[in-house]
Ligand binder design. Structure first.
Ligand SMILES: Nc1ncnc2c1ncn2[C@@H]1O[C@H](COP(=O)(O)OP(=O)(O)O)[C@@H](O)[C@H]1O
Ligand SMILES: [Mg+2]
Length: 246
């Protein structure tokens, strides 16, 4: 959590991005987002709104036709994933985010392939948040539950000491208890100083823990505000939170 000043350079700035997968078809239609140092940013919105595409646009996985993405003021628009990881962008996709045939330890080492010398130090940080993983390093990731895999995926991304962590629906497909855990862990990661940008279908829960949120609709940021403002906004509630109940 932080109180950013208006003049501080954002960690991530997505500025008026148009992007898409197929020629002539834009999925993001002028989408903008700012994440300041230490913030936890939530992105919510209906299915197909372009939430995952926005994270992929930051992480160089989709063609950006116009607009700019900056990291601490540097243009990173369309850089390949390995360069982005080296610059401190961590991305946890929604699915297939661990190597199932590898052990937990090997998964964590994979997260650090660009800088293996700091393994011990980073492992200490990661197990300070994910203590139980530290006791099970030799277990194969493929034998873990969905919730446990999500923890391994977060841990792996944290090994590189990212400036910003992009999380695509960390609670999706998990049991209610594991969903709670996923939200708690994201909060802990953020409280440890990592700027986080999280996409969530569990909109209400997401807005409750984020500093600021963006409501995406049809590839545009339709509403933005603090988590509390969005939760209390009658339009947002009616259009995007209604059926999820209080
Ligand atoms: N790899 C892809 N190729 C072509 N179209 C895609 C691809 N991935 C997503 N889309 C399309 O982009 C739109 C937005 O998808 P997505 O960003 O996944 O939405 P959300 O995460 O908000 O549910 C959808 O219409 C989807 O069909
Ligand atoms: Mg998605």
């Amino acid at each position: 959590m932080s109180t950013p000043t208006a003049t501080a350079t954002p960690v991530v700035h997505v500025d008026d991005v148009h992007a898409g997968y197929l020629p002539g078809v834009n999925i993001l239609n002028g989408c903008s987002l700012i994440a300041h140092q230490g913030e936890l940013i939530g992105i919510i919105g209906p299915n197909g709104a372009g939430k995952s595409t926005l994270l992929k646009a930051i992480f160089g996985q989709v063609n950006i036709r116009s607009g700019v993405v900056t990291l601490e003021g540097d243009d990173i628009t369309g850089l390949p994933a390995n360069k982005l990881v080296a610059r401190g962008v961590g991305f946890i996709p929604q699915t297939n985010n661990v190597f199932p045939s590898l052990t937990i330890e090997e998964n964590l080492q994979m997260g650090l392939y660009q800088n293996p010398s700091v393994y011990k130090e980073r492992l200490e940080f990661v197990t300070s948040i994910f203590g139980e993983l530290g006791k099970r390093l030799k277990q194969r990731a493929g034998s873990l539950s969905g919730g446990e895999r999500q923890m391994v995926a977060m841990s792996r991304a944290l090994m590189m000491d990212p400036k910003v962590l992009l999380l695509d629906e960390p609670s999706a497909g998990l049991s209610p208890v594991r969903q709670d855990e996923a939200f708690i862990r994201v909060s802990e990661i953020n409280k440890a100083g990592v700027t986080c940008i999280m996409v969530e279908q569990n909109a209400r829960r997401c807005l409750q823990i984020c500093d600021r949120g963006y409501v995406l609709d049809q590839g545009r940021d339709a509403y933005t505000g603090t988590g509390r403002e969005l939760l209390n906004d009658s339009k947002v509630t009616e259009l995007y939170l209604g059926s999820l109940g209080a």
